[in-house]
Each structure stands twice: as structure tokens, then as C-alpha cells.
Design a binder for this molecule. Structure first.
Ligand code: CP
Length: 315
């Protein structure tokens, strides 16, 4: 196995299959052998300029489990409200001498800009409709833990693909792990040039359901659209929602995922979200393991490698 090759995590498109394998080995070791004090004496800043429940809290839990300190940043209680710019705010955060910044921002490219301007590790926690790399990693890891391998598996992503950073990151990670991906959604919510992403697509779910080993449903990201691009939510549910009836078209044992937050009764019916094949809450639990792996890999790469070697998790 190769050690992690990056000093930041900006996008999953730039991760190699070896990088992903290393992060999964670290996450599995934290689950099986327990955490290690890899961030003792280190400070991580959760620089969130967009709302979040799962990502923000799991980076916080991940930092604490590795015995690091976490500093939370809330845009609504900050001097950004008095007109301070993004970069000035970031430079003031840097002056507090943290060892990494976890950034969520509504603009695609913000983490790359920060990585260029500040010479400390930057972890992208979601940038506009570009990428959400730790989500792609935790989703693929959750499936891997269920199946043992992703090779030859088929994952269908249904919903607002156009505005979804989660879809983009999942496509990159799943394909690098050997899975095939198909996407589906209303024509107004599918991006152009899907073939460049290496995925199949259909406008309606039915032709894709029988062959799916897992289905990920996505919410419609109204916060990234300035007009309604579907006729109504009830029509969305009727044609694209993972209803109980539509779930019955899936092969036996097919897994249901959702990155959250779920709009119950729109993209996913409650019976399916809470059903025996849903791993939605496993995704959240695994998110902590993946974020522990990512933070340790960018802040303490040598110590992480040594820990994994001592545990027999890195050969
Ligand atoms: N999946 C996800 O990014 O959820 P949050 O927006 O709650 O962090």
C-alpha cells in the first residue's frame, strides 16, 4: 500500500486509487483498533460559511477522538457580518496558529484558493456545487464495509445531479474503486457532458433500478438554484422519488443511501429511509472514521503511517 500523497484534500478527482485505499485502511483501523492520539497538541478550525449538521459535527468528533482541539467558526456570529472579507478572515484564523482548516463555502473553488494563499493543510467540507470529497469517501467506505469490495458493483444516483457536489465526489471515488455509476434525474437537473464523468444516465429511474446494487437519492438543492426547474415537489416524488413502490423494483438486498438532510416524502419515502436496507445512519457514523483518517493524513502523515504499520494495517 502507498502512503497518502496529498497535503490537502480539495477534491476527490485528484485522489489516486492508492490514496483512497490508504484512507480506507486508516478509517478501518480506527474502527477496529480504536483511535490514536495523533492530533495531541494540534488545533483544527472548522471554518464553515454554509450551514451543516453532519459534516461540521463529525469533523469536531473526529478531531476530539484523535485528541486534538477544535475551534468552531460561525459566520453569523463573526466579523464577516461587519464586512470583513473571506481572505482577511482566513488570514486572521491562520494567525491563531492552527494546524489545519476545514472549509465549507458556497463558492466552488474556495478551498483551492485558501490552499494557495495559506500554507497549511486545507480540507474541503463542501464547496458550492463542485465537490464534497469526505462525503464521497464516507459513502464509498460505507458500501465497502457492507460488500467487502466495490469492484463490479453498480451504484445509481437519483436526483439533482446538476447542483450536487455529493454526486460529483461519489462518482470520482466509486469509479476509482471499481464500481460503475449511473445517474438519473429530471433533464433540467442533469449536467451537460455526463459521458465525460464516465457515468451512464437515464431521465427516469425505472430502467436503472433492476441492475442497481445501491441507490443514492439526493435532495433538490434549492439554495443553489435561482428558479424552480421542476414543475412541483409532488410531481418530483411521482417520477423520481424513491417511493415504497419504486423500491420494490430493486433487486433483493439493494442498499439505500442518502447524504442528508433528507426531505422525507419528496426524494425518499419514510418507509424506505427507515427500512432494513437503508444505511443512512451508518453513513454518518462512518463519516467520523473517514474524517479522522483525512485529518491525520494531512496533519500527521508520518505518525499515521507509523501507527498503521504498528497495527498491521499498512503493509
Ligand atoms: N451530508 C452533508 O454534507 O450534510 P450537512 O450539510 O448536514 O453537513
Amino acid at each position: 500500500m502507498q502512503p497518502f500523497s496529498k497535503s490537502n484534500l480539495i477534491s476527490s478527482s485528484e485522489l489516486s486509487a492508492q490514496d483512497i485505499e490508504f484512507l480506507f485502511a486508516a478509517a478501518r483501523s480506527f474502527s477496529k483498533d480504536g483511535p490514536a492520539p495523533l492530533l495531541k497538541g494540534k488545533t483544527v478550525v472548522n471554518f464553515f460559511l454554509e450551514d451543516s449538521t453532519r459534516t461540521r459535527l463529525s469533523f469536531e468528533v473526529a478531531t476530539r477522538r484523535l485528541e486534538g482541539q477544535i475551534l468552531g467558526f460561525s459566520a453569523s456570529q463573526s466579523s464577516i457580518k461587519k464586512g470583513e472579507s473571506f481572505l482577511d478572515t482566513a488570514k486572521n484564523i491562520l494567525a491563531l496558529k492552527p494546524q489545519a482548516i476545514v472549509l465549507r463555502h458556497s463558492s466552488a473553488g474556495s478551498p483551492a484558493l485558501l490552499a494557495q494563499e495559506l500554507k497549511i493543510p486545507i480540507v474541503n467540507a463542501g464547496d458550492g456545487f463542485h465537490e464534497h470529497p469526505t462525503q464521497g469517501l464516507l459513502d464509498a467506505f460505507s458500501l465497502l464495509e457492507k460488500w467487502g469490495t466495490l469492484k463490479g458493483k453498480r451504484v445509481v444516483i437519483i436526483g439533482d445531479i446538476l447542483h450536487s457536489r455529493v454526486a460529483r465526489s461519489n462518482i470520482h471515488v466509486l469509479r476509482k474503486c471499481g464500481a460503475s455509476v449511473a445517474v438519473c434525474g429530471p433533464p433540467s437537473l442533469l449536467p451537460p457532458r455526463l459521458e465525460a464523468l464516465g457515468v451512464d444516465f437515464a431521465y427516469l429511474p425505472e430502467p436503472l433500478l433492476q441492475s442497481a446494487d445501491a441507490v443514492m437519492t439526493l435532495r433538490i438543492q434549492f439554495e443553489r438554484q435561482n428558479k424552480m426547474t421542476i414543475p412541483s415537489l409532488s410531481e418530483y416524488r411521482r417520477f423520481w422519488g424513491m417511493t415504497r413502490e419504486r423500491a420494490q423494483l430493486l433487486k433483493k438486498g439493494a442498499i439505500i443511501l442518502h447524504p442528508g438532510p433528507v426531505n422525507r416524502g419528496v426524494e425518499l419515502d419514510p418507509e424506505v429511509a427507515d427500512g432494513p436496507h437503508s444505511i443512512i445512519l451508518d453513513q454518518v457514523t462512518n463519516g467520523v472514521l473517514i474524517r479522522m483518517a483525512v485529518l491525520a493524513a494531512v496533519i500527521q502523515p508520518k505518525a499515521l503511517e507509523l501507527t498503521l504499520k504498528e497495527r498491521g494495517a499498512f503493509a
